[in-house]
Design a protein. Sequence first.
Length: 336
Amino acid sequence: MTTPRVILSGFADEAALHKTAVEQFSAFAALGLQYYSLRFIDVGNGIKNVMDLTKSEITKLRHLEDEYGMNVASIGSPIGKVKLVDQEDGTQTPFVPFAKYLQSQVAKACDLAHAFETKLIRGFSFYPPRGEDPADHVAQAVDQLGQIAEACHRSDLTLGLEVEANLVGRSGDLLAEIHRQVDHPAMVTIFDGANLIRQGMSTDETFRQYQVMKPSLGWMHIKDYLAPPQSTQSGPVDEEALKHFVPADAGDSGYARILRDFKEMLPKLERKLQRRGIPGVILDLEPHLKGGGPFGGFSGPDGMGVALQSLRRVLDFVGIEYELRGWEDVVAARGF
């Protein structure tokens, strides 16, 4: 019987002090990683979000990927991180009319996925008006996300919705309900334990939220959080003030328990993803060990190394296999 296997990846911008492509690829190659998720990067013209890359920058980046033996796991887009309703709520989050958003930003994300030869786009479930019950906005989120999923499907791509604080899909329960109502083969969900713990959920409740998401899961972000003693969370999460991110074997998410359970569904999930042209089940490191906010985080090359070793310890403990660069890969890259 084949041991379940995952593809290890990560948000490479977290490993780079200045977010240059060379820094990102050097750090990941040294760690043995061959896949990365593309979010912020400097290709010679300053730091840009992936959505703002020009054609010449994309071409240069593809050449650098070849030099360093890197492949894009997912487009780490901010799709869905805009207001659902054009209503002043004291935040700086922009509102974009949805028809315009679909034709511009969603279409651009699809074009980028093709340019970087990945089948996956990371997205979100929109911000409802701050202070309002997100459940009251599920119907509109479902309508808009269904259209985004269809746009991805027409481009032979898959959209992954990340569970995250302050969005409509801020919990496993809400995100699973959105997925159920959208009911589209081009949409999956992305589990992230830290994004639940930092909302004040317990380890047991985080596991329950994971279980609710299981039927919709496509991949996972590996990020953990150690809640301060007697911490409670009510109201919106101040994402700019979060500072208790830790490696996957040191936080409150309970990744060992989660991944031991996840192991049982890996073969079936891998087959499902491969039918959509996706190489396998991805665990995407997004550790935020030196800080994080609503649009990114930072771990440094040292922090990313610590995060990878932590995840490997958990995977070894629960019996999930993974692949890193070996001697044969190094020799092949040099043409020996």
